[in-house]
Design a protein around this ligand. Sequence first.
Ligand code: SAM
Length: 313
Amino acid sequence: MSEQFSHITVLLDEAVNALAMRPAGCYVDGTFGRGGHSRLILKQLDESGRLLGFDKDPLAIATGLELQQQDPRFSIVQRSFAEMDAELQQRQLLTAVDGVLLDLGVSSPQLDDAERGFSFMHDGPLDMRMNPAEGISAAQWVAEVSAEEMARVFKEYGEERFAKRMANAVVARRQLQPFTRTADLAAVLTEANPAWEKGKNPATRAFQGMRIHLNNELADLEQGLEAALASLKVGGRLVVISFHSLEDRIVKQFMRRLAKGEADQMPRHLPIIPEKFDPILKVIGKPQYAGADELKANPRARSAVMRVAEKLR
Ligand SMILES: C[S@@+](CC[C@H](N)C(=O)[O-])C[C@H]1O[C@@H](n2cnc3c(N)ncnc32)[C@H](O)[C@@H]1O
């Protein structure tokens, strides 16, 4: 597919190694993007191996459909990874999965293509949806939401300290003229932000907050982790790459909770711990980060952190 924008895959070898690939296995790439991880997974599968890709984004799906035509071991679905268990159930593959990969967030083409409306750097229509056919655009949200809710989104999902002040500035301006373009909104946010952080555009945090909110990213992640667990077979691997602390906290807490088991909640006098209180996951290794060479080639890898777990029962 000839496309003007490309995506450099983050932690490519590390993530696929962490899946501990079985050549005849069945794998899920929950965030297909442009298929960087998927292509390497396919290389390590034999004729009987299978890979199912998910993405919300129509351009990612277009790339996935091309790959599906070339490679009968691969299929792509336009659906949230939060619903992978339902999709796998339909395909009679629930609990047959050897590994699930989630490489969270947005792809470079989504950020770099001004027309997608994610970017405060390149002016475009204010949209920000991974799937523009679902939900509401950023323009509609900015036009309709209360100042309190806007401030909550900037603060909770963008970790913006000056959320209230910035939301009030946006609400005051929208009464005079609605926002339709990313650069216009970024300019108002920038002016309302009293403390610019070094090396960071002053609209970054508010834009991140809106993107996470409009795409339901954190709720999808929570549901997606449960769905991945339900989909894996015993011994299957879950590999998750996060790009900010809100995501990583959810992944870390999920893995820790299930790795701990509930044996400590059992009455002490019981001689045998019933199986249902045993850990469900085992955490594999330490969190991994991009190395110096990768960071040089791809600055977007700087905030990536990868966590790995294995299903025990
Ligand atoms: C960082 S990119 C993945 C890049 C991919 N690993 C590659 O090498 O090309 C994240 C992708 O996940 C998709 N995405 C994010 N959240 C999703 C969700 N809940 N369900 C399905 N796709 C999602 C985005 O549309 C984007 O294409």
